[in-house]
Design a protein around this ligand. Structure first.
Ligand SMILES: C[S@@+](CC[C@H](N)C(=O)[O-])C[C@H]1O[C@@H](n2cnc3c(N)ncnc32)[C@H](O)[C@@H]1O
Length: 306
């Protein structure tokens, strides 16, 4: 019998499995992000860091650092403040010629535990890479899990069927709760992504901050848009060789899906959050990849010692 996986399980293989996409593929060979493009993001973030800095120890942690463009630019722009330390985390080894001011940590950021500190955590185009489940609503308005069998995506069990989902090692109740709160899905043939894993990842990363702030920048959407049907086709996309391709979970392309930024923000209910469009944050309002026009959101959250 053909093996069946949930979409998240298949996607996870393409990220961290033996044939994981990033194992042999530096990000810059397959797509261009805003931080590869110019220094506007870095200049804005270093301005925030300067405003926050009081000359005490401070760590800037760039999660999913990729080819280190952002870390390099920040280290350069903040060179006059030698007490600021830079850490970059990625599944990949460091790029060549990394200055000693940047400490590179190889690993899965979801599993690393860094000591809580005065820290700025920045995740630039990171959360969209975090595998998550997908759903599709059938013609009668019932949401189903999307599964992968022999490499093909297809309609799986209804999310209301706890037992069938449990056979796939999927916690259906958790997914239903997320959908009820963030993406009430009953319009026939709606497809989308279930963001609970991104929320949990952000919760984990910001747990490393005692005092400071977290910044997540990504292709994103908000509940009002999801309710209005703006994203009813889903946002899953593949990238290979600089082009958008079908997101086939076989390790041949980078797979990405937009981030439900309001849900991510709510993973930390007790801190002050701001969500803005990239076009409001940056003068040029850059667009990073084809298909990403205007979808970039910035989440900034402040944390203070209690
Ligand atoms: C889309 S690239 C963005 C790179 C960089 N932040 C930028 O904006 O140019 C995502 C990066 O996150 C890394 N990554 C993905 N999942 C990861 C994980 N769970 N832990 C650590 N790094 C991860 C990938 O290896 C890749 O370098």
């Amino acid at each position: 019998m053909a093996e069946r996986y949930s979409w998240q399980q298949a996607w996870e293989q393409t990220l961290t499995g033996a044939h994981g996409f990033y194992r042999d593929n530096p990000p810059a060979t397959h797509f261009t992000t805003s931080v590869m493009f110019d220094y506007e993001v870095a200049s804005y973030v270093s301005g925030l860091i300067r405003d926050f800095d009081d000359e005490n120890e401070l760590i800037v942690t760039d999660v999913g650092s990729g080819d280190a463009h952002l870390s390099l630019a920040l280290a350069d722009q903040l060179i006059e403040r030698p007490w600021i330390r830079f850490e970059a985390i990625d599944l990949r080894p460091p790029p060549g010629l990394l200055p000693r001011s940047i400490q590179w940590l190889v690993g899965d950021a979801r599993k690393l535990s860094l000591h809580p500190a005065r820290r700025i955590v920045i995740a630039h185009e990171f959360l969209d890479d975090i595998p998550c489940e997908r759903f599709e609503v059938d013609e009668w308005g019932e949401a189903h899990l999307i599964i992968v069998t022999d490499g093909e995506a297809m309609l799986g069990p209804p999310l209301a069927d706890d037992v069938a989902c449990a056979h796939l090692d999927v916690n259906a109740a958790e997914l239903r709760n997320w959908l009820d709160r963030w993406w009430p899905a009953n319009r026939p043939f709606t497809r989308g992504e279930i963001g609970n894993t991104r929320d949990a990842t952000w919760h984990h990363l910001t747990g490393w901050i005692t005092n400071g702030f977290g910044i997540a920048v990504d292709y994103g959407h908000l509940r009002a848009e999801r309710e209005a049907g703006t994203w009813d086709g889903g946002t899953l996309t593949g990238f290979r060789g600089g082009r958008a391709v079908s997101p086939i979970p076989d390790g041949s392309c980078n797979i990405t899906a937009h981030v439900a930024m309001d849900a991510v923000a709510a993973a930390l209910p007790d801190c002050e959050s701001k969500i803005k469009k990239q076009t409001e944050v940056l003068r040029g309002g850059h667009v990073a990849k084809p298909g990403g026009l205007g979808d970039f959101l910035w989440l900034t959250q402040e944390f203070a010692d209690t």
